[in-house]
Design a protein around this ligand. Structure first.
Ligand code: ZN
Ligand code: ZN
Length: 402
């Protein structure tokens, strides 16, 4: 079978870094570390594993970071143990085709998505698990890289088949359509971000960025708090339109007067110093930054009221420069989050997301804007990159159905 994967070989990565300077799409070329190549169909390594047949899989910003190697070797994740071959695609909908005798409650024919997509105590069967895994924080596993997995070539959402340890899949409720199920994983990310700092009644909330995660953050925040003013900052008008549909009270498209606009919106005092230095006194109670780069974090710190909270949902592998003075000067809190976990003793982020979708508290129509057959993955990536023209939100790749 053919699979899309990233080969973590330093020479290939180095070549890509150079060729990318001349060719925007060098990552899609022959010498790139990203391969769409023939690999053996994966087999379950023991009875605690399952094999699934993928139907569709969403293309995520993190897949793009891997494909285009938008990752600085100085960023903290690069210091942790790496993975020699990373199968891409995790926003998947699949059907179970084989279940080991100890694979648990999930049966052949069940529809599943991928919940745990990071080597953790769960797949490595480390007993007792580390304290993070014990709390359900599998993304924060402290035993990462300690033990080799029983299988390396698992396949991923961008291959026709993949194998999963019994702890990895999430059984999709029948109330969810396949299209909704593709969005379950990104919705779980938005749930985890919003639950890190839930908006309170009367709060003024800002979501920075209106890609899939930003939009879903608007939707989740709205679903759990009707009595907050939720605003979003978008780059393109089609994103603004979707944010309004998902429950935003207003959307701004960034311009040079954005600080003044936001001051007016929140009733904050706007101040300007030398060299274009600006800050709001007062401002938003909660800011969700779905981009998480230098510019957005610097802005978020200056748009948040004293004692307010910023949740960083954006995944960015580039260490940057920020002015951290607002953190002490205005006692602003910065909260990190990494994908999904448990939200309470009985609920995972996926449980909460599935419930919000099933109960129609968030409506996902229109988020999937493009679908391509798997072998046109390059067109899918180009569509993702040309949002201004393509108006892409979520781009999905479909496996052929027989
Ligand atoms: Zn994702
Ligand atoms: Zn662990």
């Amino acid at each position: 079978m053919k699979a899309l994967y990233f080969e973590n070989k330093i020479i290939k990565v180095a070549v890509l870094n150079v060729t990318s300077k001349f060719n925007k799409y060098a990552a899609l070329g022959r010498f790139s570390p990203t391969r769409y190549s023939e690999i053996p169909e994966p087999q379950i390594p023991n009875q605690r594993w399952l094999k699934v047949k993928n139907k569709s899989c969403g293309l995520c910003g993190t897949d793009i970071h891997f494909i285009f190697m938008q990752m600085d070797p100085k960023c903290s994740p690069a210091a942790a143990p790496g993975i020699s071959r990373k199968y891409l695609g995790h926003e998947l909908v699949a059907e179970v085709t084989e279940a080991g005798s100890e694979a648990g409650d999930i049966k052949v024919g069940d529809r599943v998505s991928l919940r745990i997509d990071w080597p953790s105590c769960f797949q490595m069967e480390i007993d007792p698990p580390c304290r993070q895994c014990r709390l359900g924080n599998y993304m924060l596993c402290e035993n990462l890289g300690k033990k080799t997995m029983p299988i390396v070539d698992t396949g991923g959402g961008f291959s026709p088949y993949m194998v999963m340890h019994r702890t990895q899949p999430y059984k999709i409720p029948d109330t969810l359509s396949d299209a909704e199920a593709i969005l379950l994983e990104p919705t779980a990310c938005a749930v985890h971000g919003v639950f890190k700092q839930k908006p309170s009644p009367g709060d003024k909330v800002l979501v920075i960025g209106c890609g899939t995660i930003g939009l879903l953050t608007v939707a989740v925040a709205r679903a759990i708090q009707q009595d907050a003013k939720i605003y979003a900052l978008a780059r393109y008008p089609f994103q603004a339109e979707m944010a309004m549909k998902l429950g935003a009270d207003g959307v701004l498209v960034e311009d040079k007067d954005i600080y003044r606009h936001l001051a007016k919106l929140t009733g904050a005092n706007y101040w300007q110093g030398y060299f274009g230095n600006k800050i709001l006194l007062g401002g938003f109670d909660v800011v969700y930054d779905s981009i998480g780069n230098d510019k957005t974090i610097n802005d978020a710190l200056r748009w948040t009221r004293a004692g307010g909270n910023i949740v960083i949902l954006g995944i960015n592998f580039k260490p940057g420069k920020i002015d951290y003075t607002p953190i002490w000067y205005q006692e602003v809190n910065i909260i990190g989050m990494n994908c999904h976990a448990n939200e309470s003793e009985k609920d995972t982020s996926f449980d909460v997301a599935a419930r919000l979708i099933s109960e129609k508290k968030i409506k996902l129509e229109g988020i999937i804007t493009h679908r391509f057959p798997m072998d046109r993955y390059k067109d899918a990536i180009k569509t993702f990159f040309s949002k201004r023209e393509s108006k892409a939100i979520k781009v999905v790749l479909d496996h052929e159905v027989d």
